[in-house]
Write a protein that binds this ligand. Structure first.
Ligand code: PAF
Length: 301
């Protein structure tokens, strides 16, 4: 299905969304929307994880603005900016099917007319650990584009996937620290039938690598299942799963609290993983309940 074709949607014949590339045009179109506005920011190569964001935004009864922009600022010099999957027609067809009201799909020159911006949002210490330690400058680039897109779209709510858990935490921190008047909504990770977290980068994997990539979700599940035995058991169980899988290069495995601080002794925690399968770097995370004494009481032992 190509952009511009008519689509049969819930309410019968449906027009494709309006697509703008120029920030001034976006601001003018945004002015015309009445009622609440929700934004879903994407880099395209859309999958069902993005669809979940769009549907949650739509379920709010809001006008939905989607952005489509592979942001060069958040890629390091040796990363996959050039080969990042781009398929504008397919992405626009998904936006049309999901009844997006307005799509902002700028080029880098549209969004950064002065060239690479000299001023960037500093993510602070939380931006220097985990993904930030492996990908220096990544969160400066992410937060800078997110801030620009929030200014341009002026949404009531913005939807982000929990798969990029650290990104979600940093967007929330930026919104709080800069007094931005927008609700940030986190949406649970969408997985394939066998546990693989949906990611645009999954399409880099060949069948053998895809099988190996399941080690991420299996390690998280093993870690989460060990939650009643304490922090060390969680990490130990997850690491044992990873060690048993050849061809996987672990970047980090970290147990934290839900805000990415040091893990608590008891209660809710988060287990995060990043690993390289061949040349493809994947991330995933899961909630872990460190039940300790409270859990032991509940379980009756
Ligand atoms: O999560 C992503 O796809 C990107 O980091 C985002 C939020 C669209 C910013 O480029």
């Amino acid at each position: 299905m190509t952009h511009g074709s008519m689509l049969l949607g819930r309410d019968g014949l449906q027009l494709p969304p309006r697509v703008v590339t120029d920030p001034h045009a976006l601001v003018a179109e945004r002015e015309r929307l009445s009622g609440p506005v929700a934004v879903v920011m994407t880099m395209g190569a859309l999958h069902d994880g993005h669809v979940a964001l769009l549907r949650q935004a739509r379920a709010r009864g809001a006008n939905v603005i989607a952005t489509l922009f592979v942001n060069p600022l958040q890629f390091g010099p040796n990363e996959d900016f050039d080969r990042y999957p781009r398929n504008r027609e397919d992405d626009l067809a998904v936006f049309a099917r999901e009844q997006v009201d307005l799509v902002f799909a700028p080029t880098a020159a549209d969004l950064y007319p002065g060239g690479t911006p000299a001023v960037r949002v500093d993510p602070g210490p939380l931006g220097a650990v985990l993904e930030g330690a492996s990908r220096p400058g990544f969160f400066h680039g992410v937060l800078t584009v997110v801030l620009k897109l929030l200014h341009l779209t002026r949404p009531d709510a913005a939807f982000f996937g929990e798969k990029d858990f650290q990104q979600l935490a940093l967007v929330r921190a930026m919104v709080a620290d800069f007094d931005l008047d927008v609700e940030i909504v986190g949406v649970p990770t969408v997985r394939e039938y066998d546990g693989l977290a949906l990611s645009s980068r999954n399409r880099y994997l060949d069948p053998d690598q895809r099988r190996s990539a399941l080690v991420l979700s299996r390690a998280l599940a093993a870690g989460a299942a060990a939650g009643r035995r304490g922090r060390q058991a969680v990490e130990g169980a997850a690491r044992a799963v990873i060690a048993a899988e050849a061809g996987v290069q672990l970047d980090y495995l970290a147990l934290t609290d839900p805000r990415l601080g040091p893990p608590p002794a008891y209660g809710e925690a988060r287990l995060l993983i990043a690993a390289r399968i061949g040349s493809t770097r994947l991330i995933d995370n899961a909630a872990v309940s460190l039940s300790g004494r409270a859990g032991a009481t509940q379980a009756g032992d």
